[in-house]
Design a protein. Structure first.
Ligand code: UDP
Ligand code: MG
Length: 329
């Protein structure tokens, strides 16, 4: 299938990125220009930054960029909502303006030269093109091993995620219109796109070090995203608990028989250690189980509120339409 030249929007969430933006923004601009020059995309293509409630001069840097060149556009969220929500905000803005979007971090870690192949894959009929890291050598040993273990666990639990794919991907506006129907507030975008379906493919790229600034994903945020990923896509942890419960019941039946036999044969006093071990073990399992169930109850609580996932405070282009502000989309 041969498609018309698409309008591309590169969607880039930014949180406290004043240091890296002056370095990477010209790179993204050059990429758009080269894609236009090679006839892959329409010259109405743009870069859309999402300022995720930065506390530094990020918004000033972005507005200066937008004033300097029409290829840059930006929106400002009313406060920090986290990477996933910021990305969703950008994608929802772009879905009515573009034919295709590519989401990427603003720190230059993901190789922008993979975009050519992504657009070509779209021209060949793919609606989603996942950027997949070919190696993880730029990561610390800790991040590398935890990330790989995590992908394995998530897939074993039934969540469908693409191995070594983060949020660097091309998505067509057609897919984004479907994504708009997914109203969940516990967002894990990389797990949602495979669920939407359509023809998709993967493009490999190598990941570099951050060009400037520090990671905005401390361990705590990474763990939150990891838990959200599991509990938003799988009820297996609850099933595992049920299984553990059944196992504990069987084990305690054996213990009861043992206790009765000991009682009948007169060996009752030395039972203290075994009963102590039993109660503590079961107490621990019960607490963990309550925690996991509580995790899901908490999610239901947040979902039933149906609060907006982000609020757009400002756009650098004139758009009188109030957008999603104040409404859950
Ligand atoms: N980010 C964001 N909101 C946040 C945290 C991060 O928009 O609350 C953006 C950040 O500016 C960057 C991207 O998400 O463009 C990925 O963050 P980072 O590079 O710090 O994560 P890492 O690559 O270290 O996992
Ligand atoms: Mg990064």
């Amino acid at each position: 299938m041969l498609r018309e030249k698409p309008i591309l929007y590169i969607v880039i969430p930014c949180y406290n990125e004043e240091e890296v933006l002056p370095v990477t923004a010209p790179m993204f601009k050059a990429k758009i220009e080269s894609l236009v020059a090679s006839g892959l995309i329409d010259d109405g293509s743009r870069i859309l930054f999402v300022n995720d409630g930065s506390r530094d001069r990020t918004w000033e840097v972005l507005t200066e960029l937008c004033a300097s060149d029409p290829v840059f556009t930006a929106i400002k969220l009313s406060r920090n909502r986290g990477h996933q929500n910021a990305l969703l905000a950008g994608l929802m803005e772009a879905k009515d303006l573009a034919d295709i979007t590519i989401s990427i971090d603003c720190d230059g870690q993901d190789d922008i030269d993979a975009m050519d192949e992504m657009v070509r894959a779209y021209n060949d009929g793919c609606e989603i093109v996942y950027g997949v890291r070919s190696d993880r050598s730029s990561d610390s040993f800790f991040k590398r091993s935890t990330a790989q273990g995590y992908y394995k666990i998530l897939n074993a639990l039934g969540g469908e995620v693409i191995y070594n794919h983060a949020d660097y991907r091309l998505v067509s506006s057609r897919v984004l219109n479907e994504l708009a129907n997914y109203k969940e507030v516990n967002l894990f975008l990389r797990g949602m796109f495979p669920m939407i379906g359509f023809k998709s493919t993967c493009v490999e790229y190598s990941r570099h070090e951050r060009l400037a600034g520090k990671s905005k994903y401390p361990l705590s945020k990474m763990l939150t995203l990891a838990f959200d990923g599991i509990t938003s896509f799988s009820v297996k942890p609850i099933r595992i608990i049920t299984g553990l419960g059944a196992l504990t019941v069987v084990l305690s039946l054996v213990l009861i028989i043992y206790a009765l036999v000991s009682w009948a044969t007169g060996h009752v006093v030395p039972g203290w250690s075994s009963s102590f071990i039993g109660t503590t073990l079961i107490g621990g399992i019960q607490l963990i189980s309550l925690g996991v169930i509580g995790e899901y109850v908490g999610k239901i609580y947040m979902e039933t509120k149906g609060r907006p996932r982000y609020i757009v405070e400002e756009r650098t282009w004139s758009n009188t339409d109030g957008g999603e502000s104040g409404e859950k989309m």
